[in-house]
Design a protein around this ligand. Structure first.
Ligand SMILES: Nc1ncnc2c1ncn2[C@@H]1O[C@H](COP(=O)(O)OP(=O)(O)O)[C@@H](O)[C@H]1O
Ligand SMILES: [Mg+2]
Length: 312
């Protein structure tokens, strides 16, 4: 399965371009397009109502809009359940009472988006040949895409720390015997071995899961980012910054779409500049008279992308 991420500033035409690229590839491949933008408008572009479950848009093309509020709720509930299972004594501090507050804490949206992305990718394996992600505006998207790498870094540190804890527990156990304690009438034993330690097992399985996403993200045969910009300087500056980050993350970048091109001289100059600074093929899409909405308009729009020329 191949994954295409369509990224760019709000309003540049990400959703329209994502719909168009999905339309183009769905001619030959079973395709799923997924909107991760909390402000969904993918269904509007196709004029087909979409929800959290994949719905057929046309032959070979399915669409889905992730309920981001729901994804955050699921992420928090899952996290608190795991915490409670692993650290039974935390029941005493009533995690649920904090969930409402935690959901506003920085980073939660990013983790929830990554979890939703990961879940959809793993559920789509074998069902779809190509997945297209319509993403939230650049800043949030780049933070989400950076998370696997970031998580692997702190994951390794936590594994090391946990190993130390377990080895100290084992040393104590050798001297004092097994440590048991009773909480709410239930007996607990502190684990001393990695294979039996739930925290270590959770850490390792999380790293494996995130590692798989990171592998996919950096594999030029399976993943491609398609940046969308408008022919203005602010848009170019932002695309350049996004490029820097994507390069640091070693993510493959396909063609750049310059959307809403009206053919003015200074726009042409800017495109030449973008081409030489960014070193990627550019696809120009004209500023159309009407809004490109509906299947017929998207079909027309998709021809400008010439997907077959740059998609591996
Ligand atoms: N080439 C184009 N010509 C005219 N209007 C366009 C073009 N591309 C996109 N639009 C319109 O611009 C608006 C923003 O596009 P959209 O794809 O929703 O952007 P984003 O997802 O980046 O916020 C929409 O009204 C869309 O129909
Ligand atoms: Mg959009």
């Amino acid at each position: 399965m191949k994954v295409i991420f369509v990224v760019g500033k709000g309003g540049v035409g990400k959703t329209t371009c994502a719909a168009a690229v999905a339309f183009a590839v769905s001619k030959d491949h079973n395709t799923l397009i997924v909107s991760l933008d909390p402000a969904h408008n993918l269904g509007d572009v196709f004029t087909t109502p979409l929800s959290g479950k994949a719905a057929k848009v046309k032959e070979n093309l399915w669409g889905l809009e992730v309920d981001m509020e729901g994804a955050i709720k699921i992420y928090l509930e899952e996290s608190s359940r795991k915490l409670k299972d692993m650290y039974s004594y935390l029941k005493a501090i009533n995690i649920e009472g904090y969930l409402d507050t935690i959901r506003l804490s920085p980073g939660i949206e990013e983790y929830a988006t990554l979890e939703a992305m990961q879940r959809i990718i793993s559920e789509s394996e074998g069902k779809f040949e190509i997945m297209v992600f319509d993403t939230p505006p650049t800043g949030l998207t780049l933070r989400v895409l950076a998370l696997p790498k970031v998580s692997l870094i702190w994951g390794e540190k936590l594994v090391k720390l946990r190993k130390e804890i377990l080895s100290k527990r084992l040393a104590i156990e050798k001297i004092e015997g097994e440590k048991k304690f009773v909480l709410e009438g239930k007996e607990f034993k502190l684990s001393t071995r990695e294979e039996k330690d739930e925290v270590m097992q959770e850490l390792l399985s999380y790293m494996k899961k995130v590692g798989k996403i990171e592998e996919l993200q950096t594999d030029a045969k399976r993943c491609m980012v398609m940046p969308v910009m408008n022919p203005d300087r602010l848009s170019l500056f932002e695309t350049r910054r996004a490029f820097d980050t994507l390069e640091k993350l070693a993510m493959p970048i396909g063609a750049i779409v310059v959307n809403k091109f009206s053919g003015k001289d200074d726009e042409n100059k800017l495109i030449t500049r973008a081409e030489s600074e960014l070193g990627r093929p550019i696809r120009k899409i004209p500023l159309l008279e009407g809004e490109p909405v509906g299947m017929e308009a998207i079909a027309k729009f998709s021809r400008y992308l010439k997907v077959e020329e740059w998609l591996p």
